[in-house]
Ligand binder design. Structure first.
Ligand code: HQG
Length: 182
């Protein structure tokens, strides 16, 4: 079977960050026209359907009649995913690496180039996210307490928890006992 990894990575780039790479625009909800994607990414409809269905993180969605496609999260360009704010679980996790910890302690988790800070519902997922960059470190986020304090949370179509920022006072760092909070 064809190796779709490269095509899928390029699709991510186009749908999350740089639609101009193939000369297209996303609408304000992040949707691209499927025929334009097929042409620009050089895929058949069957390839594209295969990628959307089998993607291990379910990164993409079609609209009902499969004329449009978008990324479920991860954007750096400003789009409105039409997500409703929902109550998060008491605790969420963030996978990162040791070298960022000093700065995270100071500034909290920042969304950096993306639209949101990404949080995982379990430690395993957070470990996998951190591992993309090196030896993973998992931070525990007091999402329940953040929610009580008025921070908004969103759950993407593919199960990633999103929020605008997570100040350090809500983060439990490895080796730290609970407590120490404002
Ligand atoms: C770090 C993947 C220093 C943060 C994953 C992270 C995810 C700070 C990096 C999705 C910081 C940003 C997102 C601060 C945050 N000081 N470093 N104050 N605040 N950071 O890629 O969460 O495979 O934008 O820890 O599965 O790593 O692309 O975010 O290391 O869901 O579909 O700055 O990307 O999904 O990196 O990953 P990213 P992320 P895909």
């Amino acid at each position: 079977m064809r190796n779709y990894t490269k095509a899928s990575k390029f699709l991510s780039l186009v749908l999350r960050h740089k639609p101009e790479k193939i000369g297209i625009q996303l609408d304000r909800r992040g949707w691209a026209k499927v025929p334009e994607i097929l042409m620009g990414v050089n895929l058949t409809m069957e390839d594209l359907e295969h990628i959307v269905e089998t993607d291990e993180k379910q990164r993409y969605s079609f609209n009902d009649d499969k004329t449009l496609i978008r990324a479920n999260q991860g954007h750096s360009i400003p789009i409105d995913l039409e997500l409703e704010a929902v109550e998060p679980p008491e605790t969420l996790y963030h996978g990162t690496i040791g070298q960022f910890l000093g700065s995270i302690k100071k500034e909290g988790l920042q969304r950096r180039s993306r639209q949101f800070v990404h949080l995982s519902k379990d430690v395993e997922t957070a470990l996998a996210v951190g591992r993309r960059r090196g030896k993973p470190v998992v931070l525990q986020i007091a999402s329940g307490r953040m929610f009580e304090d008025g921070y908004e949370f969103f759950l993407s179509e593919n199960g990633v928890w999103l929020t605008k920022e997570a100040p350090s006072s809500y983060i439990k760092f490895p080796g730290e006992s609970a407590g120490k909070k404002e």
